[in-house]
Design a protein around this ligand. Structure first.
Ligand SMILES: [Zn+2]
Length: 157
């Protein structure tokens, strides 16, 4: 074997090793990207879930406040049934029946938690000058608008 061909062979081996390494790196890179993407999706789902739970919590607080404030004004029936908290949690079966019964009517089931919260928030502000995030019932509209930063949870961060 001549020296020249020996070098050529070494170069070939080296190149093959580099190619192998490069393809290995590419695979790791792609795997990392896939993992990052999955982690990002997980974080987003978690964030969405947390946002949902926060909205549901805010809605329950609004319903409780609405019920109390309505009671103080001797309002005995809520403007919409869902404005107040249900006394007992209905079973899913009952809810299912309810849905079937008033299928053709406008029902609160058509509203998302966010929509309900927005509607109830503006009701509490207009009827009771109350903001659940301030936790305050204001004297009048001017008091409310000058002391409460706004009608959403984000306004109070
Ligand atoms: Zn406020």
């Amino acid at each position: 074997m001549s020296r020249k061909s020996g070098v050529g062979h070494e170069t070939l081996l080296k190149r093959k090793a580099e190619e192998k390494l490069e393809s290995y790196r590419r695979k790791i890179h792609m795997k990392n990207q896939a993992q990052e993407k999955a982690a990002e999706q997980f974080r987003m789902r978690l964030k969405t879930k947390q946002d949902e739970m926060k909205l549901e919590g805010d809605l329950r607080r609004s319903q409780r406040a609405c019920q109390q404030l309505d009671a103080q004004k001797n309002i005995q029936v809520p403007r919409e049934a869902w404005y107040w908290l249900r006394l007992e949690e209905e079973t899913e079966e009952e809810e299912e029946e309810e849905k079937e019964q008033d299928e053709d009517e406008y029902t609160s089931e058509d509203l998302s938690v966010l929509e309900k919260l927005q509607i109830l928030t503006s009701y509490l502000r207009q009827e009771h000058l109350y903001c659940i995030w301030c936790g305050t019932a204001y004297e009048d509209k001017e008091d409310l608008s000058s002391n409460c930063p706004g009608p959403t949870s984000a306004d109070h961060d």
